[in-house]
Design a protein around this ligand. Sequence first.
Ligand SMILES: C[S@@+](CC[C@H](N)C(=O)[O-])C[C@H]1O[C@@H](n2cnc3c(N)ncnc32)[C@H](O)[C@@H]1O
Length: 247
Amino acid sequence: MSSPPAPGTGSLLDFNSPLSAERAHRLVTQMAAREPVTVIDLGCGWGELLLRLLVALPGAKGVGIEQHAADVSRARANAEARGLEERVTFVEGSAREYAGGADLVLNIGAYQAYGTMVEALAALRELVNPGGRLLFAAEFWEERPSQERLAHMWPGMTVDDCVELPELVELTVAAGFRPLRIERATRGEWEEFESGIVAELEEWALAHPGTPEADELQAKSDELRSLWLRGHRDLMGFAYLTLGVPV
Ligand SMILES: C[S@@+](CC[C@H](N)C(=O)[O-])C[C@H]1O[C@@H](n2cnc3c(N)ncnc32)[C@H](O)[C@@H]1O
């Protein structure tokens, strides 16, 4: 019997965020056009976007920081499989500890590494080299949730945990960035992402019926599906902001 998947391994996902292959390709092409030489990814997960960038940037070096050990192992294995191990370093640790700057900084779905969004944007501003770019991706309210919908989201979640898109963009300006591109994940990207998370658990449970592990995985899947369908579905957005700083 194969081991059950630990929730959060995302083995059916290419990215640990609602990001389609098409958007990833476009973002990589746009960011690579500026030929950044140094790229850092704070809270990189298994580093898929960083790896795709380095394939598009043969002269560049990258560093990914991630606190989840399983993701770091997957990132290193993928780097090796693509012959990128000489140009990328994946560090298991806290993004907060990283102090070096880069021409291109990625922070996708991981502002919480720095505390609040304001604290994250201030810290990230320090890391972007003059003339460089930040790709910042974060949650926002497409629509502010009712108390009933909030009660189905993550424990302790309040309406103040996100802002709406105009305010999110204004926060980036207040932190010293200029917005170059403002994009939102589509409903289809959310559906791919959320379905991929639970399908990993359901597939294993279906292949091992009647085992205690299958019962546990299905209970976890029920919880995650409810968080999405009864909680944040269509209320929470996810923005991809390409932000510039002066030379
Ligand atoms: C939603 S996932 C996004 C992962 C990746 N950026 C992607 O888009 O595929 C957020 C990641 O941030 C990581 N993270 C959160 N706080 C962190 C911290 N203080 N230091 C490093 N990584 C952190 C989590 O472990 C998780 O892998």
